[in-house]
Write a protein that binds this ligand. Sequence first.
Ligand code: NAG
Ligand code: NAG
Ligand code: NAG
Ligand code: NAG
Ligand code: NAG
Length: 485
Amino acid sequence: MATLRTLPLSLLLLSLSSYSLSTPLPPSNPSSSFKVALIHRDSPYSPMHDSSVSSSDIFGLSVDRSVFRIRYIRSVLAGKSSPLKIESPVKVAPFEYLMRVGIGTPAKPYWLIADTGSDLTWTQCRPCDICFKQKAPIFDPSSSSTYHPLKCSTPLCRALEGDRICDGSSCQYQYAYGDGSATLGNLSTETFTFESPKSTVASLNPSILAKSSSGATGINPTKTSTSTSLSTNHVIGAKIKGIGFGCSFSNTGNMGGDGEAGLVGLGGGPLSLVSQIGSSISNKFSYCLASRHENNTMSVLNFGKNADISGPNVSSTPIVQMKAIPTFYFLNLSDISIGSKRLHIPQGTFDPSPSGDSGLIIDSGTTMTVLSSMAFSSVLKGLNKTAEFPPLDNPPEPFEACYKVPDPHRITGLPDITFHFSGNADWKWEPRNSFYIMPKNVVCLLMGRSSDISILGNMQQQNMVVEYDLKEKKLSFAPARCSQF
Ligand SMILES: *[C@@H]1O[C@H](CO)[C@@H](O)[C@H](O)[C@H]1NC(C)=O
Ligand SMILES: *[C@@H]1O[C@H](CO)[C@@H](O)[C@H](O)[C@H]1NC(C)=O
Ligand SMILES: *[C@@H]1O[C@H](CO)[C@@H](O)[C@H](O)[C@H]1NC(C)=O
Ligand SMILES: *[C@@H]1O[C@H](CO)[C@@H](O)[C@H](O)[C@H]1NC(C)=O
Ligand SMILES: *[C@@H]1O[C@H](CO)[C@@H](O)[C@H](O)[C@H]1NC(C)=O
């Protein structure tokens, strides 16, 4: 195992077929693959699921969160906030997807936000000066045999740049918000265990699993480490040693209370999980977000080789990263079509700018797609010309374009919408993916207006498999039935 120790971020893939939970794959394995479940916060699998809230209220709340999310992204781009932590002094925690993660040795299970819009993975730690309430016991580093604080001289600590404090030899981060609240923690390393979708579901809601067609009914993941009754090729998860993360002991922002205990950073900056373990996962991850109209579906997040997508229907476009803020994944949107008509949006409208005045980011944490105002107006004009129905006079907030249609479940008379990304990569939505169904046969365009930055939100990423290749700086996508992934 000597070679393993020289690989600080070695990825240890665990499979019951030939290895017990505590035995890593040989380090000679050049690239490992694993997948985890991405759980939408409103799904029945989520710890935040509230079956008493109506679906229209659920949607309204997620639109509210979108507004805060855009504010968060703007403030990061403007240098007024830090991409290290999504936590912000707002009442609504702006995130949408969660994943189950085990922290430490022995691993303690937590729900963490899976976020393509932040870098640092973090959780609250004991002893905590000021912590938000969380449902799971706060992580105690002293009860883990694999916890190590990081020294100031380490590259990860240096990657914190202006947000680090190095009084002693250990590395702390501090971020102060404009309103006087702040967040502080120790930058450390720890072993993280990622549960596979099947063990996640089984641990959360066996009744849902029993209803699905899966043969895995009744798996109890608390027993999987000793059980040998699982099918032999069933990957139950991955254990990764030496992940740099934030052990937070002071949080004066508003967060938590909903069941989340921190965050997994999937952004493009050096501190993010995907950057840290990059070469072990071929610098690739992908996700496939299931439609939220379908019940009891999970989305999937793939790391490594199995994130690869290829085939005739795959389109690829460059990921553009800003030097100053490598966290966000900008895409080069060159034009939009309504039906078969190009809008001829002026060149440069979506040119990425480090200040966030323009450009388009693809983001998993924003619900509704927003477009810079001029482009959005062109879309509305284009819709006016192509739609077979007049728009409603007073569309319900937050929508700007709604139509009364004969059959909202088989929308006809409204056009497809296509985003043309550079590299000949067309991302096309049929009406059922770009319009939201309201009561009384009304459907509304699921896009909004922004004064500056444009964001491709998660509603418009449903049923599309999206691969991030961080080495080639390339985003690939293809239509997919994500519930069957
Ligand atoms: C953070 O590190 C300091 C020493 O550098 C230690 O005293 C403190 O307990 C640590 N806090 C947490 C939450 O790990
Ligand atoms: C999902 O569940 C709700 C309530 O349980 C039900 O009304 C609806 O028909 C279901 N939708 C689908 C697509 O099965
Ligand atoms: C590609 O798209 C076409 C048309 O949408 C579809 O018929 C075909 O099955 C797709 N191929 C793959 C490999 O998904
Ligand atoms: C973005 O698109 C514009 C015009 O379509 C092109 O000139 C530019 O080179 C593209 N940038 C990248 C990074 O592909
Ligand atoms: C779309 O048409 C309606 C009337 O049918 C009009 O009030 C509205 O201004 C038009 N919107 C745009 C962006 O052209």
